[in-house]
Design a protein around this ligand. Sequence first.
Ligand code: HEC
Length: 94
Amino acid sequence: MSRVYFLFAVVALFIFIGCSGGEGSPSGKDLTLKKCNQCHSHMITCSSLDEGKEYWEGTVRRMAEKDMDISKQEQSLVVDYLNNLSPGSEPICN
Ligand code: HEC
């Protein structure tokens, strides 16, 4: 019987870790999807996916200066995410 409780505790722990990880620290992908289509569609971002890291650093900083609600750390997550996407990648390009 105690084995059942142990299993339950392990499962509960995984669910707990899964949830807190998801909410506490959104990934570059989450941030991009949530924040980068507030003023224009993701297609604008899509059309620049063949650009390099410097382009994204400059562009994301420029977007942030337009009163975006995004921290420096979040900006670098977005830059890394976009820089690693190949042209035409979903879900940015649909
Ligand atoms: C506050 C509104 C706003 C938000 C939020 C925003 N953008 Fe923009 N974006 C603009 C405007 C306005 C333009 C066109 C004029 C310009 O470039 O300043 C633009 C243009 C662009 C362009 C076209 C290329 C260029 O150099 O102009 C890209 C790529 C881009 N945005 C990517 C992003 C990404 C990636 C994000 C998320 C980090 C984002 N934008 C969030 C307002 C915004």
